[in-house]
Design a binder for this molecule. Structure first.
Ligand SMILES: Cc1cc2nc3c(=O)[nH]c(=O)nc-3n(C[C@H](O)[C@H](O)[C@H](O)COP(=O)(O)O)c2cc1C
Length: 117
């Protein structure tokens, strides 16, 4: 499995790093994947998919196998909604919702999920 991630303030990047994943960083969304991948993203605006992730998915969604999404519960109903939007638009599952950079428990849970993919 391949991995791609978007991170603006470093939380998602630290998750990916702590999991030891060799993942493609999404900068402007022009990056290309060559096979199946799981996406790690943050949530922007009010429940929005980050712009660079929208761009990235336009070119790579055929390989998208699932999404792991970071958010902040302070956003209430919009918590991690970027993941729900991507799941709906591309017919994939939200594999995990994580608050900010997550806890060790979150990392363990994500690790277990990735091993099953
Ligand atoms: C401007 C802004 C808007 C955000 N909007 C939401 C939101 O609607 N829902 C949510 O769950 N989290 C929201 N967040 C929280 C981030 O998604 C969360 O902190 C995430 O871990 C950031 O990841 P990053 O550090 O990798 O960029 C927002 C953060 C910022 C700065």
């Amino acid at each position: 499995m391949n991995y791609a991630y978007a991170s603006r303030t470093g939380n998602v990047e630290s998750i990916v790093d702590n999991l030891g994943l060799d993942a493609t960083r999404i900068n402007d969304g022009s990056e290309t994947m060559n096979g199946d991948f799981i996406l790690f993203t943050y949530t922007d605006g009010y429940g929005d998919v980050p712009e660079e992730v929208l761009n990235f998915l336009l070119g790579n969604s055929q390989y998208l196998k699932g999404v792991i999404v970071s958010g902040d519960t302070g956003y209430g109903e919009a918590y991690c909604q970027a993941g729900d939007k991507i799941a709906e638009d591309y017919d994939v599952e939200v594999l995990y919702r994580v608050e900010n950079a997550g806890t060790q428990e979150d990392l363990n849970a994500i690790q277990a999920i990735l091993e099953k993919q």
